[in-house]
Design a protein. Structure first.
Lengths: 482, 250
């Protein structure tokens, strides 16, 4: 059976990244490197108001004083922040209220290849899409339909221009620029991203989705997403990411802020499939992301993530349960293969009374990868009757990978009830033999077992995404599909 | 259908099968009995292709093909079915999904079109009736939380779904109460035709009251030391194995 294990590992190693193509799109770059001049240039390119430039500069100055964090269970090669181009945008932008015909055909082909239909008639699937290529938002669909309900869904640049008071009120209110090294960097140089506002009492009738694509070489991507669900509102938001196959490492440092006001609910789902590097560990995206939401009274925020991409993932979508009776959830599948490294998890910060949180984390490690769960459950003094349930499972495939868990519980209130369960398992030879004996190939069996293992999390995704994610898990493992 | 000639197999350094000869023809039912540790389950595993065991000598042909050269899954797709003594659990994977993949693989192997969802569901309903399997079980994860009896019924349900040419049932009767035994055994009998063959591995003659064997073989220390008809099982039940194995003690 040893041989079989080796076989599986070989099959895993052969996995192909099907989004690795590059598009020939005329791109506008600014000069390489980062200084105040570059920050000013980005702000100027975007025609930003003074207050935003000030914020960027404050963040940049603060960033310069900060060391790169090293506490994660990651082996991060030195990153030369002066060797990165901080702004790249596809040229030939469509007019502001443009139709699909105004988009560069090559750009459109790119998104078609990715399976992101920008054509509104194709979007009958009922998903409104904002597509972000390199540094700028390319096209937001369904804007008019949403506008009827008062829902704002647009690129961050448009939001800054058209809804400055909303952006100014909430930008940086959840993740301050001083929060950490990457949030400071992001605040200084973020180029675009998505903005979403759901007015009071409105239930968003369709899934909102942002699709991020890094195309240009030598660039970093720093997008900024802000979602505000006003009192009693509801929205389900999806985020997908891919990048071309390149030998160099590319930096992605995003910030996502979510404000969930009283009685509102936000579901945020991510399928992160940035280029993970090749099987020798060459290339791939460095993914350093800060995601956090604040829940007011009776509000609910649910994070669901399927992480299969990136050479390095550093990401902890968190919930600040500020209001009484608010609920935070985190469902995660993180899969690493070859030389990928992931250090991901969540923080649940209970401040209000009767706040509840639930964490379900499923790690899958294959190849020579390292996969860590890092979680913190914090209960503040006043958080009477706070409850948390955490479950973190690890699945190992092969014997050269690692799985680690770093759970931290910090409770200052004696009435809190906190539960934590953890398991580590391997795909057993008996399971594989059983599947083989029913006619399934070992590849299919591994895919099936992994999907079964991750099911509890996959079930939390919206239907179309769940199917995609299942395929993605199988592909990332099997390598049969190029 | 199946011809086993001088089959030797080991696990590590230890030789477990030491020259098995067995021929099974279409329409036949064979029972393999023998004391604990004689190699019965190993024989079943080796025929199915379990890589825990190394075949050191001998030949096996199945439907005229060299079985030992085939992968586990191709043996299965060709129509060799193993009913497990200890069916494994696969958390999160529903029986329906599992069977859908298994049936699809088999059909692909035979060059047949995949079944439509409604055809597949109809097939599942029809076949779960063979072993009176609660239809709710098919929406549960493979063997997860199944009782001992449900697991064994589930094996025969899978056999019904896959309609094998040769079914090898490894102690399918162990751990069953009287009612479950009757249901499982009757199920196997219903599936038996003149086109297929069944090999049952068992300790107890009571199973053979339902599944009437054409041949009964006694396996001891990796060899078939005696073969007979159904009456042999009755005699073994009454007298044990001593009268047979005395001659073979080393």
């Amino acid at each position: 059976m040893k041989e079989k294990d080796t076989d599986i590992i070989e099959q895993l190693d052969n996995s192909e990244y099907k989004y690795g193509f590059t598009s020939e799109i005329e791109t506008e770059y600014i000069r390489r490197g980062l200084d105040e001049g570059v920050v000013r240039l980005i702000s100027q390119k975007k025609g930003e108001p003074e207050w935003l430039l000030e914020l960027r500069l404050k963040a940049f100055r603060h960033w310069q004083t900060m060391p790169m964090p090293t506490w994660a269970h990651l082996n991060i090669p030195e990153i030369d922040f002066q060797d990165i181009i901080y702004y790249a945008a596809p040229k030939k932008q469509q007019p502001k209220s443009g139709t699909i015909d105004d988009i560069d055909p090559e750009l459109k082909r790119t998104f078609d290849k990715l399976g992101i239909p920008l054509e509104e008639q194709l979007a009958l699937s009922g998903v409104a899409v904002d597509a972000v290529m390199d540094s700028t938002s390319v096209k937001t669909t369904f804007k008019e339909v949403l506008a009827e309900k008062g829902i704002i869904f647009c690129s961050m640049s448009e939001a800054v221009r058209d809804y400055p008071e909303l952006v100014r009120k909430y930008l940086g209110s959840v993740v301050s620029y001083a929060d950490n090294f990457y949030s400071a960097l992001n605040t200084a140089v973020f180029s675009d991203g998505s903005f979403c506002y759901i007015p009071k009492g409105v239930r968003c009738p369709m899934e909102l989705s942002t699709y991020f694509r890094i195309n240009a070489a030598g660039t970093g991507q720093f997008e900024r997403t802000l979602i505000v669900a006003d009192e009693g509102a509801y929205v389900s938001y999806l985020e997908g990411c891919t990048a071309p196959r390149r030998d160099e490492n590319q930096l992605h440092a995003a910030v996502v802020e979510i404000v969930v006001l009283r009685d509102a609910e936000v579901k945020y789902s991510t399928v992160q499939n940035w280029y993970p590097g090749d099987k020798e560990g060459k290339g791939g995206i460095y993914n350093f992301v800060t995601k956090r939401g604040v829940c007011h009274e009776n509000a609910r925020l649910s994070w669901t993530q399927v992480e299969t991409g990136s050479a390095i993932t550093w990401k902890y979508p968190s919930c600040v349960l500020m209001g009484d009776n608010s609920v935070g959830e985190f469902y995660s599948v993180a899969m690493t293969n070859n030389f990928q490294q992931a250090d991901t998890g969540t923080k649940m910060i209970h401040i209000g009374r009767n706040t509840r949180s639930r964490i379900v984390s499923k790690g899958i490690s294959a190849g020579r990868s390292e996969n860590s769960y890092r979680g913190m459950v914090k209960v503040a003094k006043g958080a009477d009757n706070a409850r948390n349930y955490s479950q973190c499972d690890s699945l190992l495939i092969g014997d050269k990978c690692g799985a680690h868990t770093f759970p931290v519980i910090d409770s200052l209130n004696a009435s809190a009830v906190l539960e934590h369960e953890a398991t580590t398992s391997k795909i057993s030879e008996e399971q594989l033999f059983y599947c083989n004996q029913r006619g399934l190939s070992t590849e299919d069996a591994v895919g099936l077992i992994v999907n079964g293992y991750a099911k509890e999390v996959l079930n939390k995704l919206p239907m179309e995404f769940a199917v995609e994610a299942q395929k993605l898990l199988a592909i990332s493992l099997e390598g049969s599909v190029g | 259908m199946l011809k086993v000639t001088n089959l030797h197999a080991s696990v590590g350094e230890k030789e477990i099968l030491r020259g098995i000869n067995l021929e099974v023809k279409a329409g036949e039912v064979h029972a393999i009995m023998g004391p604990n540790g004689s190699g019965k389950s190993t024989l079943a595993s080796v025929l199915a292709g379990n890589e825990k065991f190394t075949v050191t000598a001998g030949e096996v042909t199945f439907e005229g093909k060299n079985l030992l050269e085939m992968s586990i899954e191709d043996r299965a797709r060709m129509g060799l079915f193993l009913g497990f003594q200890y069916p494994v659990e696969i958390p999160g994977v529903t029986m329906a999904n599992f069977m859908k993949m298994a049936v699809a693989e088999q059909r692909k192997f035979r060059g047949e079109e995949p079944l439509s969802t409604s055809e597949f569901l109809r097939l599942m309903r029809e076949k779960s009736a063979v072993v009176e399997l609660d239809s709710k079980l098919t929406s549960r994860a493979v063997n997860e939380g199944f009782s001992g009896g449900e697991k064994k019924k589930n094996e025969i349900f899978q056999m019904a779904m896959l309609d094998p040419k040769l079914a090898i049932l490894d102690e399918t009767d162990s751990g069953l109460d009287i009612d479950a035994l009757r249901i499982v055994a009757t199920g196997v009998t219903k599936l038996h035709t003149s086109e297929n063959a069944t090999v049952v591995i068992t300790h107890y003659q009571r199973l053979l009251d339902y599944i009437v064997p054409d041949y009964v073989h006694v396996l001891y220390k990796g060899r078939i030391i005696h073969s007979g008809d159904k009456s042999l099982a009755l005699k073994l039940e009454k007298e044990g194995y001593d009268w047979l194995i005395n001659d073979h003690k080393e």
